[in-house]
Ligand binder design. Structure first.
Ligand SMILES: O=C(O)CCC(=O)C(=O)O
Length: 372
């Protein structure tokens, strides 16, 4: 980091944009650029094509799409981003994921560990499943996916969990239309286990993390598409809530089943009630779950080396980390062997920048209205 004294010289909003690093949300960047343009009486936004880091900003149409997804998650609890994995890559990646599931299973069997349910709190963590998913992982940094995560959580997001081994591989020919397993996801999964942490009910009305399901087959009622209850993310009850009279294994009025082409990503507020579905179709349904979290969410829970190994503390080996694109490295750097977490420095800049703003002559114009 450079000398803080040097960084404290105020040079106007344009300089803040240039020096902010990738620490501000798009809405904030727009505001700063607007201020900069106004103060320089410039006709247009000449630098609008770049993020503060100098990387390309999503095009206007992509920014619009991101905003629509964010609005949907806020309103109904979930959205689907289509075509994240290019259609011509889906089959090969699906085969890789199936092979990875076998490899991970074999590794766990060789460890001879007890079930994660019997692991003591603080048990040593395992290896991130992402290390076995290197053909899929680059898409975890997709600009629309990251735009949605950053817009809902914080410019600094991390991947908390990545699971291919779990409930998302659905065997074929399972014709149980009424099968449900309703739950909300970590950190709002009330039965996630003593050493995974769960927010206590009633959940605060805030989006704290996003669960995503990466569909490697078309999702539909015929292939075990995810079940979800729209608007449930803001309901104080929970299908697994100890005092809530809800049967987590029965259909719920208003439920819908997701339909989306292979290569799409289902994105939901972790509070949203959802369920895996039985897969009546003739081929295995393959999906991978990734949880995106803001930098401030505590990820220091371990469930041992196996099972839900998605678990937040799972390590990213150096060799696997080196094969990830920078956009994904930024999401898992906190677990990468031999890497330092850069988030603290970036956040220092944001707080320093707020000290540099130009101040009005007084605060007589400031009004706070009570809100419900
Ligand atoms: O695979 C799905 O459709 C849903 C996955 C799910 O419920 C979960 O992993 O929490």
């Amino acid at each position: 980091m450079t000398d803080p004294e040097q960084q404290l010289a105020y040079e106007g909003p344009g300089a803040l944009i240039d020096r902010a690093g990738d620490t501000l949300s798009d809405a904030f960047i727009d505001r700063l650029r607007g201020m900069s343009a106004a103060s320089q009486r410039e006709a247009g936004d000449t630098g609008g094509g770049l993020l503060p880091t100098g990387g390309p900003r999503p095009a206007a149409a992509v920014r619009e799409e991101i905003a629509a997804h964010i609005a949907r998650v806020r309103e109904q609890g979930y959205t689907v981003i289509e075509n994240v994995i290019p259609p011509e890559r889906v089959t090969a990646i699906r085969d890789d994921v199936v092979a990875a599931v076998d490899a991970i299973g074999a590794e766990w069997a060789a460890l001879g560990d007890p079930s994660w349910k019997d692991c003591p709190p603080g048990a040593p963590p395992g290896v991130s499943q992402m290390a076995h998913l290197l053909s899929l992982a680059p898409y975890f940094g997709d600009e629309r996916m990251l735009g949605v995560a950053r817009g809902l959580l914080d410019p600094h997001v991390r991947i908390a969990q990545c699971e291919a081994v779990g409930g998302t591989m659905r065997p074929p020919n399972d014709d149980r239309p009424h099968f449900r397993a309703w739950h909300s996801d970590w950190p709002h999964d009330l039965t996630a286990g003593a050493h995974s942490g769960a927010i206590a009910q009633p959940f605060p009305d805030a989006t704290m993390a996003l669960s995503t399901v990466w569909y490697l087959n078309d999702a539909s009622p015929q292939t075990g598409g995810t079940w979800v209850v729209p608007h449930s993310h803001r309901d104080p009850r929970n299908p697994r809530g100890i005092l809530d009279p809800i049967d987590e294994s029965a259909p719920i009025p208003g439920e819908v089943q997701i339909t989306a082409p292979a290569g799409s990503v289902y994105v939901q507020d972790t509070r949203c009630w959802h369920s895996v579905a039985a897969n009546p179709g003739p081929i295995t349904r393959v999906g991978v779950v990734v949880i995106y979290a803001p930098w401030w969410l505590n990820l220091e829970f371990s469930r041992g080396q196996t099972g839900f190994a998605g678990a937040n503390t799972a390590r990213m080996p150096r060799a696997a980390f080196a094969q990830l694109p920078p956009s994904v490295q930024a999401l898992v750097r906190h677990r990468a062997e031999g890497e330092a977490d850069e988030i603290a420095d970036a956040k220092w800049f944001v707080s320093a920048a707020s000290q540099l703003k130009q101040r009005p002559p007084d605060n007589s114009h400031v009004r706070i209205e009570p809100r419900n």
